[in-house]
Design a protein around this ligand. Structure first.
Ligand SMILES: C[S@@+](CC[C@H](N)C(=O)[O-])C[C@H]1O[C@@H](n2cnc3c(N)ncnc32)[C@H](O)[C@@H]1O
Length: 256
């Protein structure tokens, strides 16, 4: 479900020059999501941060592979190479207000509560006004009650010491305390992607909301009922070609 992270970035990028847009993938791991970013925005200024030098090495190798593959598929096109930096999410090596987009895929369920708060404060510090933070991770308690047994199984089978506290963590509250306003959350199978904005305007998010891919219209009503928006109507528009079980919806809403 890493690819869900691309959807809000697509809308954020509209009308922007990607070569003047900076994107940090926080906890980039083996760098798969960075290859997705490069595929879509070859000229964007991208950074991959991870605590592990071994993961960063693998991320560089994966980008080498992607570049060779891309050459075969698309011919020569200039791909600006990401910068890979070993650092902790709790202490990012970027200046204040220096990045447009921060993404973070499957990190927060691994962090203890105090590290989550510190990482969110860092994201808020480095984002430009109007910049967005897209975090994608496992569903949490209450997101989709029918998936609760799967979360319990994950806890039982894998050694994830902070997963239980993650399931109950109030990310919207933590982000709000750090100055990041929650704009939207999309449930996608067993994951979800949330979009937060630092001192942003509603216009971009309106466009973003108008054609998000979602699994079921009911998710919207359930998932967003308590957010900043009151959904006034949801119309099913089309079946997503990528996956017959996904639906594209047109959403009308107003700020509550
Ligand atoms: C589950 S992996 C996810 C990797 C990648 N985002 C993905 O979707 O495949 C979690 C990653 O977080 C990194 N990590 C864990 N704690 C971190 C921290 N405090 N700061 C930065 N990276 C961290 C790990 O090294 C690992 O690469």
């Amino acid at each position: 479900m890493q690819r869900q992270t691309l959807v809000p970035i697509h809308y954020y990028m509209r009308g922007r020059d990607p070569s003047r847009t900076s994107v940090l993938d926080l906890a980039c791991g083996t760098g798969r999501f960075l290859t997705f970013l490069k595929d879509n925005y070859p000229s964007a200024r991208t950074y991959g941060v991870d605590l592990s030098p071994n993961y960063l090495k693998a991320a560089e190798e994966n980008m080498d592979y992607f570049e060779r593959f891309d050459m075969q598929v698309n011919g020569f096109r200039k791909l600006s190479r990401p910068r890979y930096i070993q650092a902790s999410a709790e202490s990012l090596p970027f200046g204040d207000r220096s990045l447009d987009v921060v993404t973070c895929v499957y990190l927060f369920h691994e962090l203890p509560p105090e590290a989550r708060r510190a990482a969110i404060a860092e994201v808020s510090r480095v984002l430009e006004p109007g910049g967005i933070f897209v975090w994608t991770d496992s569903l949490q308690e209450g997101d989709r009650p029918e998936s609760a047994p799967v979360a319990a199984l994950f806890r039982a089978l894998f050694h994830e010491p902070y997963f239980a506290s993650f399931l109950r963590a109030d990310f919207e509250g933590m982000c709000a305390a750090a100055g990041l306003a929650h704009e939207a959350t999309i449930l996608a199978h067993l994951s979800k992607a949330s979009v937060l904005m630092f001192q942003g305007s509603i216009t971009i998010i309106y466009k973003l909301l108008s054609c998000f891919h979602i699994r079921r219209a009911a998710d919207l009503r359930n998932g967003w009922g308590t957010s900043l928006f009151a959904i006034t109507s949801v119309h099913l528009v089309n079946v997503n070609e990528l996956d017959g079980s996904d639906l594209i919806c047109q959403i009308s809403y107003q700020r509550s």
